[in-house]
Design a protein around this ligand. Structure first.
Ligand SMILES: Cc1cc2nc3c(=O)[nH]c(=O)nc-3n(C[C@H](O)[C@H](O)[C@H](O)COP(=O)(O)OP(=O)(O)OC[C@H]3O[C@@H](n4cnc5c(N)ncnc54)[C@H](O)[C@@H]3O)c2cc1C
Length: 381
């Protein structure tokens, strides 16, 4: 029979990964603020992530990775540690997996052998291109096309808000092919592919648009069966969605740590802030919210590690709960810090900006709640 200890303590292999991620986060603390203001890959963050060998976690063991298959709980635990210190580092780690997962599941042996070991070593930077200027949540409305002609795939389209765009070595691009959608690996140096950076967001991010103008790649660059690419994208989301919750829990904890440090030492009206008015209640609620979010996140990540598709509802709940909680925790933490929480370049101000996009990407809160409600009602019938 399971004891409480078994149920609520991470097994040793996850504790090892967590300790390594905390070491890496600490190692990057001197460059985190700089990297988080950058719209291109920070070379020092890349070097330190490569040296840690943690990116091996997002690649299957047969192709230079750590575990037999990508383990959602390991990814989540790592992102919790990295997200507390440096969003740029967290994004670089996660995108190596998100941009390459389809290859590991559906790619030919040749594609796997060519790209996955480089992804694990950070010798190649990965990206996933789904979103288009006119298409976001309603992904099935995408307009990028894939056509097979004379032994080649011809890709035409415009992808928007692509993480690692401009710095990636390859893009996994989703386009329409016949009545379905295909995922195609396009190396960044393929003629006809160009990147543009029309947007930057409130928390700077390596982001660009990717324009594909009659791009030609070998047929073997189609990842999986023709017309079956959507299933690979869903498999990617199912495996990685819960890891956004991990990063959000890490961010929330970092914000609360800042607020507590401030409240313990600042005095007003004859007491420390930690004992003044509603401040103690703010702090206690933040702590409670983080513990709730972490519990759900670990449970969902463990379930996802067993069977990601069957437990997508739990990953989705964890993603919504943790990102919404991170937003409210960081907001309350800024409130506790008063004007010092607003200072540009301060850690709280940075966390405040970084929390916001998490509720929009990889399934916005509203879109996830809508599909959870559909599942709830369907399963009740
Ligand atoms: C930092 C960042 C990094 C990103 N990286 C990538 C990347 O690497 N690759 C990539 O392909 N894309 C990427 N994106 C894009 C991201 O996936 C989209 O922003 C996301 O899919 C939402 O689409 P949208 O922004 O067009 O919003 P929309 O889909 O236009 O939604 C706008 C609003 O309407 C709501 N809404 C939409 N549909 C529904 C519905 N059915 N029910 C209820 N409410 C709804 C949404 O919740 C939201 O509040 C990134 C975005 C950001 C901010």
């Amino acid at each position: 029979m399971s004891t409480e200890q078994d149920l609520f303590t991470l097994p040793q292999r996850y504790l090892d990964v967590q300790a390594a991620a905390r070491d890496l986060a600490a190692d990057c603390s001197d460059i985190a603020a700089r990297a988080d203001e950058s719209d291109s890959i920070d070379p020092d963050v890349r070097k330190r992530l490569a040296a840690s060998r943690l990116a091996e976690i997002v690649v299957p063991a047969a192709y230079g990775g750590r575990f037999d298959r990508v383990d959602s709980l390991a990814v989540t635990v790592v992102r919790e540690a990295l997200g507390a210190e440096c969003a740029h580092l967290d994004s670089m780690f996660a995108m190596q997996g998100i941009g390459s997962y389809g290859i590991g599941v559906g790619g030919s042996e040749k594609l796997k052998e060519e790209w996955l070991p480089k992804v694990a070593r950070l010798d190649a930077i990965a990206a996933l291109g789904l979103t288009e200027p006119g298409v976001g949540s309603d992904l099935k409305a995408l307009t990028t096309t894939v056509v097979e002609r004379d032994g080649k795939l011809i890709v035409n389209g415009h992808k928007s808000f692509i993480t690692n765009g401009g710095d990636a070595d390859f893009y996994s691009i989703l386009g329409r092919e016949g009545d379905g959608y295909s995922l195609v690996l396009v190396p960044a140096d393929t003629p006809g592919l160009r990147t543009e950076r029309p947007h930057q967001i409130i928390a700077p991010h390596v982001l660009s648009d990717v324009v594909l103008d009659n791009v030609e790649v070998p047929v073997d660059n189609r990842i999986g069966e023709p017309g079956k690419g959507f299933a690979l994208v869903l498999a990617t989301l199912a495996t990685f969605r819960v890891s956004v919750a991990g990063a959000a829990v890490g961010l929330a904890q970092a914000a609360l740590d800042e607020a507590v440090a401030h409240a313990r030492t600042r005095e007003g009206f004859g007491v420390t802030l930690a004992r003044l008015g509603s401040v103690p209640e703010h702090l206690a609620k933040c702590w409670m919210d983080i513990e709730m979010a972490r519990s759900l996140t670990y449970r969902a990540a463990a379930a996802s590690a067993r069977d990601a598709r069957a437990n997508l509802h739990l990953s989705s709940m964890a993603k919504v709960a943790a990102t919404e909680i991170a937003a409210s925790v960081v907001d309350r933490s800024v409130q506790v810090a008063g004007r010092f929480g607003l200072v540009r370049g301060g850690k709280l101000e940075r966390l405040y900006r970084e929390a916001r996009p998490m509720r929009i990407y990889e399934g916005s809160t509203e879109v996830i709640l809508d599909s959870l409600a559909k599942q709830l009602v369907r399963d009740a019938g």
